[in-house]
Design a protein around this ligand. Structure first.
Ligand code: ATR
Length: 281
């Protein structure tokens, strides 16, 4: 690769047509007049190891990794950030100048940066966080909350064993919570986060009474289609602060863009509006 070659990055998944990442990075490339590209790549699981091994010679500076490759990327990266190591999944690959491939997980800082913007940077002081769900998104979010100093993290999941495993990512402050015990846990919560797919278009709604939440509590959903889930509507109805799922998607993109294109971009209302317009039915 010549030093003057325009920087190139990608998002890789299977399928990949639905990914909004090209819109996000394309917006920033255009806004900053960077003559680079961000490409959508569909790579099947059986071809993914060769894809990663070929990156140093490909001319790509790196890219985002989405379903179903996040665990494979974790296993294939040459080095891992401490955060990716803890979470066990990689959503961002960076080809280092020496050809080694670094794996990072930017979902955790992305979620926290989103809350900083939506709720104010003092959100960890609201108190105990109750996290619903125990998939990959929950792992990243629990790690992020712990890193930011949330005093206690309770994880409730349909399959309780998975909740135990996710709570263990926050040693000393994390614990699994039985779904039936949610009402009493909500009484002492400062933050409620839905990481399940409940409430997503085509899925059943999340049926949870928010009445026990104290007035200081904020509610965050990672579902962004629809943007205004029944959960967030119920939170607003109660006068609680609410943070929608689009923010995490936008903010998780920031560290990758900075690593590949050399400039730290900002999540602006104009970017948000661009993606909201794309999500509109
Ligand atoms: P992701 O990696 O995006 O977080 P995932 O690993 O498929 O996705 O996790 C989805 C989460 O939504 C899980 O916590 C799942 O609960 P289980 O661990 O019991 O499967 C939760 N979930 C999905 N459908 C659900 C439903 N109908 N009721 C309750 N929880 C549900």
């Amino acid at each position: 690769m010549s030093a003057a070659a325009p920087p190139r990055a990608f998002v890789v998944g299977h399928p990949i047509a639905h990914s909004r990442s090209p819109l996000i990075h394309g917006h920033w490339l255009a806004a900053h007049g960077i003559p680079g590209s961000y490409e959508r790549l569909d790579v099947a699981p059986e071809a993914f190891p060769d894809f990663v091994r070929g990156l140093p010679a490909s001319g790509y500076r790196g890219g985002n990794v989405t379903l179903p490759h996040k665990e494979a990327a974790f296993a294939l990266a040459d080095t891992l950030t401490a955060r990716a190591e803890r979470i066990g999944a990689v959503n961002t690959l960076v080809v280092e100048p020496d050809g080694r491939i670094r794996g990072d997980n930017t979902d955790a800082p992305g979620f926290c940066a989103h809350l900083d913007q939506a709720l104010g940077a003092d959100w960890p002081a609201r108190g105990t966080a109750v996290v619903l769900g125990a998939g990959g998104a929950a792992r990243a979010i629990v790690a992020g909350l712990a890193e930011r100093g949330v005093p206690r993290i309770l994880v409730a999941n349909r399959t309780p064993a998975r909740a135990e495993a996710v709570a263990a990512l926050a040693p000393g402050i994390g614990a699994a919570l039985a779904w039936d015990d949610l009402p009493s846990a909500l009484e002492a919560a400062g933050l409620l986060v839905n990481t399940t797919s409940l409430g997503m278009k085509g899925q059943p709604p999340l049926d949870l009474d928010l009445a026990p939440l104290p007035a200081r509590a904020a509610v965050a959903d990672i579902v962004y289609a629809p943007l205004e889930t029944a959960l967030l509507a119920a939170a607003r109805e109660r006068g609680l602060a609410a943070a929608d799922g689009l923010g995490m998607l936008l903010h998780q993109a920031v560290p990758g863009f900075e690593a590949w294109f050399g400039l730290r971009p900002t999540v602006t209302p104009a970017l948000r509006d661009r993606i909201v317009a794309d999500l509109a039915p």
